[in-house]
Structures are given as structure tokens and as C-alpha cells.
Design a protein around this ligand. Structure first.
Ligand code: LMR
Length: 394
């Protein structure tokens, strides 16, 4: 049977991770995979998470199964974190999932189950794994213009023109904040216009929010998701705890389905639990438990928020520094958008050949579309990157 298997295309981000590991150069710089690193190049365990682990170690008395939807205290805490009081709790069905990717996968599965004709509209560009999972599930995708490589901002007119091609029952995949891979985000009024368009047509929004707290702060980063949740009849939200709690390998995420019609709640909740059972049965508990302990303890929550702010402000400072260095070296504002972008990533708008030269000649690793992970830099490597960009003639 195995002879019928075909080789699968390599995931570009993960392949880059490996290439970086294999590079023997001491001064190499990793701006690839979206993992936070402190100025020493370490991905630390956040203080509050470590303390939650200690407390939970003392408290935990069994490893027996939780429920199919995971621990309800985790769902309650995450619904509060992402949605605030934008919608009533009894309008939200939710299940814990293995990471944000697990939530994305379950959401696509649910869409396909509910409406096999639904097409999913995705931003051009989007996180490559969105496209890969959609293809794997045989779901038709339509891309909408999103990034304006001339300005480094959002091509909002192009986006709206392409979304006008939606049909009732189609899905629009949107990044709640900190767009991956571009770093360019919609303004509040632009979000309102997208909401109105989706409602006029009868399209369903799906939000992927994987970087809450990395852009303008926990509350500001959730504003768009909350506006969609309160402004549309139904919405799917895939949220990740990998980045903002720094618990990547614990695989912790949540899928929420919000409906204005409360009558939908029980059947939607049942379908989400059914999908968990079909795909992996019970979701992993450890990471979810740590998140729950942090969010339900006043002292740990305050400490977590403070550390997250340090992380966010550190990335903003690096953005400013890189943009200023490039302004000095190029004598132009061509890279001014880096300071305007938000989150972990910026797409620099370099050609694949230039990206390749940066890797070969300078040991600087970024994704082939010229996405950089800002957190892979520190104040000493920013000038090196800026100099290298100028040297390769970008
Ligand atoms: C990224 O975009 O680099 C992260 O979301 C990690 C991943 O799984 O691709």
C-alpha cells in the first residue's frame, strides 16, 4: 500500500528551521519560524507559566480524561480573554484543541461538514499552512488581494473588490491581529466595512488569532475579533496560546463558534465535541491547564500581562530601530512600514533571489517571501541586517 504514497511538498517554514540548524556559521541570524526569542536568543518559559506549573504539580491528583471539549475553566478563561463582554457566554460554543493549528483544522472541518459547497476566501498572502490544510480537505479556496507591496500596507480597495465576489455561505478567513506573514493590518473603520459586506452577502467570517498581545496590547489586539463577533450573526474563531503564553510545544488552542441565535448553541457545541472525538478524541490538557491557572489567579495573570508587555515593547523597539537604520542607510523612507507593522512579522518586499543571497552570503534566514520574525533580532543584529539588505542591493 505504501507504494501508492506520493512525496509531500515540504513546509517551507519548517524546512527553513532545519536549514538554519544545519548552518555551521556562528554569526547566522534566524528570522524564520514564528517563535519569540529574547535578546539572548532564548525562547524563555514565561514566569507566570512556570509558577502555574509548580502550583498545578502540587494540586493535580489524577491524569484521567477531561471532557471532549477540554476543561470548561480553560474555555471560560479564553473566551473572556479573546471576546471580553462582546457576546454573552451562552452564545459561544468552544472546544480546546491541540494548538491554534488544531483549531484551524477543526474549523475547516466544521465548515465542510455544514456546507460542502462553501468556498474559503483567504488573504493573498496568508499563513501557508492555511492553504495546505484547505487543500488537504478538498475545500475550494479563493484568494483576495491584501498586501500592497509598494506601500507595505493593506490594499484595502483590492480586498473589498475581491470580497465582492463572495456568495452567501462562503467563508472569509481573516487574521484577528498581527497579520501573518505581512504585519499589515486593517484599521477599525476598514474592519467595519468588511463586516458590513459579509453581512450584506451572507458570508461567514472565520478569524485566526494567534498573536493576541503581540501588536498593540491584549485588549487592542482583540478589538477586531470582538467587533466581528458582535456584528455578524455567526463567526468561527481559532485562537492560539502558543505565542502569547510561550507554550509552543504544549499544543494549546481553542476553537469558538459564536452565534447570535442562542438556539444554535447546543447543536454547535455537540458538533465541535464530535469533531474532537473523530480527530483525536480528548484534547491535550497540560498547556490548557497552565493557561487556566494563570488567567484565573490574579497575581499570575498580572505577572503574565506584565511580561507579555515587555515582549511586545521589545519587538516594537526593534521595529523602530530597524526602520531607522534602513532610513539612514538608504536615505529614504522605503522601509518606514516596518515601524508601522504590528506583531511578530513584517514582509520586506524582497525578491526570492535577494532572500537567497542574504542566506548564502550573510547567514540571514528569512522565509522565501521575505517575511522576517522581528523577535529573531536584537539590538546588535539589527544593524547587521540593515547593512546586509543594503549590500545585496535591495
Ligand atoms: C509561523 O508562521 O512561523 C508559525 O505560525 C509557526 C508555524 O507553525 O508555521
Amino acid at each position: 500500500m505504501f507504494e501508492h504514497l506520493k512525496e509531500q511538498p515540504k513546509d517551507k517554514i519548517l524546512a527553513l528551521m532545519q536549514a538554519y540548524k544545519d548552518d555551521p556559521r556562528d554569526d547566522k541570524i534566524d528570522l524564520g519560524v514564528g517563535v519569540y526569542k529574547n535578546p539572548q536568543g532564548v525562547t524563555p518559559i514565561m514566569r507566570a507559566v512556570k509558577e502555574a506549573e509548580r502550583r498545578w504539580w502540587d494540586e493535580e491528583t489524577t491524569k484521567a480524561y477531561t471532557g471532549l471539549a477540554g476543561d470548561p475553566a480553560f474555555s471560560d478563561a479564553m473566551i473572556g480573554l479573546v471576546l471580553g463582554d462582546a457576546v454573552a457566554r451562552d452564545h459561544v460554543a468552544a472546544v480546546a484543541t491541540p494548538g491554534g493549528t488544531g483549531a484551524v483544522r477543526q474549523a475547516f472541518d466544521l465548515i465542510h461538514m455544514a456546507n460542502p459547497q462553501a468556498r474559503v476566501f483567504v488573504s493573498d498572502p496568508t499563513w501557508p499552512n492555511h492553504l495546505s490544510i484547505l487543500k488537504h480537505l478538498g475545500i475550494e479556496t479563493v484568494s483576495y488581494r491584501y498586501f500592497d507591496s509598494e506601500t507595505g500596507g493593506v490594499d484595502f480597495d483590492g480586498m473589498m473588490a475581491d470580497l465582492a465576489g463572495l456568495r452567501a455561505g462562503d467563508v472569509v478567513l481573516l487574521h484577528g491581529c498581527c497579520h501573518n506573514p505581512t504585519g499589515a493590518n486593517l484599521t477599525g473603520p476598514e474592519w467595519q466595512a468588511v463586516i458590513a459586506l459579509m453581512n450584506d452577502i451572507g458570508a461567514l467570517p472565520m478569524i485566526d488569532i494567534a498573536y493576541q498581545g503581540f501588536g498593540d496590547g491584549l485588549e487592542a489586539d482583540a478589538a477586531a475579533t470582538r467587533a466581528v463577533a458582535s456584528g455578524c450573526p455567526e463567526v468561527l474563531i481559532a485562537a492560539s496560546c502558543s505565542k502569547n503564553f510561550g507554550i509552543y510545544r504544549e499544543r494549546t488552542g481553542i476553537l469558538m463558534a459564536v452565534a447570535q441565535d442562542k438556539g444554535m448553541h447546543a447543536v454547535t457545541q455537540g458538533n465541535l465535541a464530535y469533531l474532537n472525538r473523530q480527530n483525536y478524541s480528548f484534547p491535550p490538557d497540560h498547556g490548557a491547564r497552565l493557561v487556566s491557572v494563570v488567567l484565573h489567579s490574579d497575581d499570575l495573570r498580572a505577572d503574565w500581562q506584565a511580561e507579555l508587555e515587555e515582549v511586545r515593547n521589545g519587538m516594537l523597539a526593534l521595529r523602530e530601530q530597524l526602520s531607522t537604520e534602513l532610513r539612514k542607510l538608504t536615505n529614504s523612507d522605503r522601509y518606514g512600514f516596518i515601524a508601522q507593522h504590528r506583531g511578530m512579522f513584517s514582509r520586506l518586499g524582497l525578491s526570492p533571489e535577494t532572500v537567497e543571497r542574504l542566506r548564502k552570503d550573510h547567514g540571514i534566514y528569512m522565509v522565501g517571501d521575505s517575511r522576517i520574525n522581528i523577535a529573531g533580532l536584537n539590538k546588535d543584529t539589527v544593524p547587521k541586517l540593515a547593512q546586509a539588505i543594503v549590500e545585496v542591493g535591495a
